[in-house]
Design a protein around this ligand. Structure first.
Ligand code: URA
Length: 201
């Protein structure tokens, strides 16, 4: 199903309503995939009929997202992790250099035991996620318990992130081969934020 939703997202003729719906559905699939990385522990429970064995997550999950396009993935992750604290990074990338500038940050308290998800729909050069992951590590997150979740990533961005954070877990809808001279992912899907929020430039 990932491929079906990605096809909708990639097509330039897709209107914003269908784009939003596909982004939500694909994020739901990615959330399920990412959830399987978190260790569980066996617990004894009581059903109405007998004792049984159940499972619960062994760690707290923290959701973090990069404004503004990361907001599109958040509701699907909140559905699966309704109790998760949520952190935000406000970043804007320079149109010419594609270098991200952090203009806002608000994180919950993070411990090394937590599993931290970073939601960044379009991993292009990797610059924004790189900066966010550095901040998360400084704030106490364990890189081996961080999961970067993207709808579409570019191979060059993935390479940059993997080199700096080899223990990081990656969950991606697709990995595309390249970036154009404006650092957009090719074939990609264009500007995710503009297509999702129905804005121009
Ligand atoms: N951000 C986007 O929205 N699209 C890209 O292709 C790259 C970064």
């Amino acid at each position: 199903m990932k491929e079906i939703f990605l096809t909708t997202l990639r097509q330039s003729a897709t209107p914003p309503t269908a784009f939003r719906q596909a982004a939500g559905e694909l994020s739901r699939l990615l959330a399920a995939e990412a959830s399987r990385l978190i260790p569980t522990q066996t617990i004894q429970i009581q059903t109405p009929l007998s004792k049984a064995t159940g499972a619960r997550l062994s760690h707290r999950v923290i959701l973090t997202t990069i404004l503004r396009s990361g907001l599109a993935m958040l509701p699907s992750f909140q559905e699966l992790f309704p109790a998760a604290p949520i952190g935000f990074f406000g970043m804007r990338r320079d149109e010419k250099t594609a270098i991200p500038r952090l203009y806002y940050q608000n994180l919950p308290k993070i411990t090394r035991d937590d599993w931290v998800f970073l939601l960044d729909p379009m991993l292009a050069t990797g610059g924004s996620s790189f900066l966010a992951l550095e901040i998360l590590a400084d704030a106490g997150a364990s890189p081996s318990q961080c999961v970067l979740v993207s709808i579409v990533a570019a191979q060059p961005g993935v390479d940059v992130i993997r080199k700096k954070f080899p223990a990081l877990k990656l969950v991606m809808g697709a990995i595309d081969p390249s970036l154009n001279d404006r650092k957009f992912i090719v074939p990609g899907l264009g500007d995710f934020g503009d297509r999702y929020f129905d804005t121009v430039g």
